[in-house]
Design a binder for this molecule. Structure first.
Ligand SMILES: [Zn+2]
Length: 160
């Protein structure tokens, strides 16, 4: 099977924490190498020790086995560290549609005037007037914000 075919299979592997995002949307799939011997998949977790990685690796193996590929090696590469810039634009759009504010669309970590990382706008009403409630949301990857426009709380996928 060709590398492109394997990548399109892997587009079906979702992040267990954000089930609308695939590992290709997130940009954590770094490389696929195909040889006669085996298929080598290289992943970079969104942060070191991310608990979702184990599930993701199992899902990759299961999906590839179902497609007749059983000699699979999965490498984890921590350097260079994952950055939210690796997230695809369509991934950021899916994230917002899911109700989670995405890291800066313009690329680069969206630094607010205060010098801290924060969402461009509320995913519900797109108001730019938001406030931080907690630096840690439902998972360590996210922070909890509230919109001053529609008063809804929302998760923000933190910039790395
Ligand atoms: Zn809002």
């Amino acid at each position: 099977m060709k590398k492109e075919d394997i990548i399109s299979i892997l587009e079906g592997v979702m992040d267990p924490e954000i089930p609308v995002l695939s590992i290709t949307d997130l940009g954590i799939l770094r490389a696929v190498e195909v040889s006669d011997e085996e298929t080598v998949i290289t992943l970079t977790p969104t942060y070191s020790g991310c608990p979702a990685m184990e599930t993701i690796q199992q899902d990759i193996r299961t999906l590839l086995t179902e497609n007749g590929i059983d000699r699979v090696k999965i490498n984890q590469v921590l350097s260079p560290a994952w950055t939210s810039d690796w997230m695809s634009v369509s991934g950021k759009e899916k994230l917002e549609a899911y109700g989670i504010a995405a890291p800066s669309f313009s690329g680069g970590c969206g630094l607010l005037e205060t010098g801290s990382d924060g969402p461009d706008h509320c995913p519900n009403c797109h108001s730019g007037n938001t406030e931080l409630i907690s630096r840690f949301g439902s998972t360590a990857c996210k922070a909890l914000y509230r919109c001053r426009g529609c008063h809804e709380p929302f998760d923000y996928f933190k910039c790395h």
